[in-house]
Structures are given as C-alpha cells and as structure tokens.
Write a protein that binds this ligand. Sequence first.
Ligand code: IMP
Length: 193
Amino acid sequence: MRRLFFFSNNKNKIIEIKKIFNNFNLELLSLIDLNISEEPEESGRTFEENAKIKSDYGFLKTGISCFADDSGICIESLKWKPGVLSKRFLNNFKSNEACFKSIIKSTKKNNKQNAYFKTSISLTMKGNQNVIFNGKIDGKISEQVKGRYGFGYDPVFIPKNYNKTLAELRTKEKNEISHRSIAVTKLINFLIN
Ligand code: IMP
C-alpha cells in the first residue's frame, strides 16, 4: 500500500481528509504517527506558498511523499481578507464568537455578503517534485452564528445554493462540497493515475 504523509496537526482537517481517503488504498500518516513536533514558519504570501513550505518540510524530515493544506476564508466586506492570515485574524479576538460578531457587523454595515473558502494542497515527492491542487467554495456570510459541527469559520459561512452554515453540516455533507474536498479529490486523482 502506498504511504503518504499529511503534514497537519489540525484534528478537524485530519478527520475530514481521512474520511475522503477512506475509499482509497493509501495509508495516511500524520505528524503524531511520525512523532514530529516542529513545524516550519508559514511565511508565504499565498495559500500555495504556505502549503509548499509545509509539504517540503515534511518530505525533508521523513523522505515520505508529503502533502500539506493551507486554507482560509476571504470576505468581501473585509476587502477579501483575511485570506492567508485567517488563523491570525481569528486568534486576535478574545473568542471565536467575538470574531464572528465582528465579521457579521462589517458584512451588514457594508452591505456586502459574499465570501469564499480556499484550500491549496501541496504535494512534495521524491526528487523534490512538487504539485499544487486548489479547491474553492463560494458562499456568503450568515446573518447569525449557527451550527456545532466543523471548525474555524464554519459557523458564519453559508455555501452558495444552501440555507445552512457549514457548521450545520456533518463531515460527510461538508465533504460533498467543501474547498478542502475539491482539492483533496484532485490530489487523489493525481495519485491513482
Ligand atoms: P490553516 O490552513 O490551518 O492555516 O487555517 C487557517 C485558518 O482558516 C484557521 O483559523 C482555520 O480555522 C480556518 N479554516 C481552514 N479551513 C477551514 C474550514 O474548512 N472551515 C472553517 N475554517 C477553516
């Protein structure tokens, strides 16, 4: 069975990605499985650059083909930010709730509801070969914080053609439409072809 290293310590991302990989004959290893605790600084200016920094690092440390994901939300009322700074943006508030309230307030004030999530996956393989796979999901900011599933910004994001936030969808449903599942599916197709 082909072994693949997913460079992430985000429990929720690991759950989502493992579910997608379940149907394929690939052994997925995580940072915990390989006993790696150090992570490189995410100093890139784009999702692609940050994902590559992480997958290159994972491959260098282990010699196992490694992929990493870098994701975030881009919000129209915030001039399409925070993007690559999504993690820092959320952590700058005293709670997720406070961040969500601020996003909803700015959305209402500017009367601009659109938003999207983007994931870039970078795969680094033998010979330092590198391939990037992108996934995007369009939607809008909800008027209220809703839902108890998922993670991060899921409770304020309503996918296009839906009337529920991503946090109201269980993993299986989120995986049918999400930015991450689009990018992971492209990665899997590349690996099996
Ligand atoms: P990173 O890719 O782990 O650096 O994530 C950046 C930020 O975006 C974190 O604050 C995550 O919580 C958030 N984020 C990434 N993916 C998702 C998602 O699928 N749903 C909601 N928030 C996400």
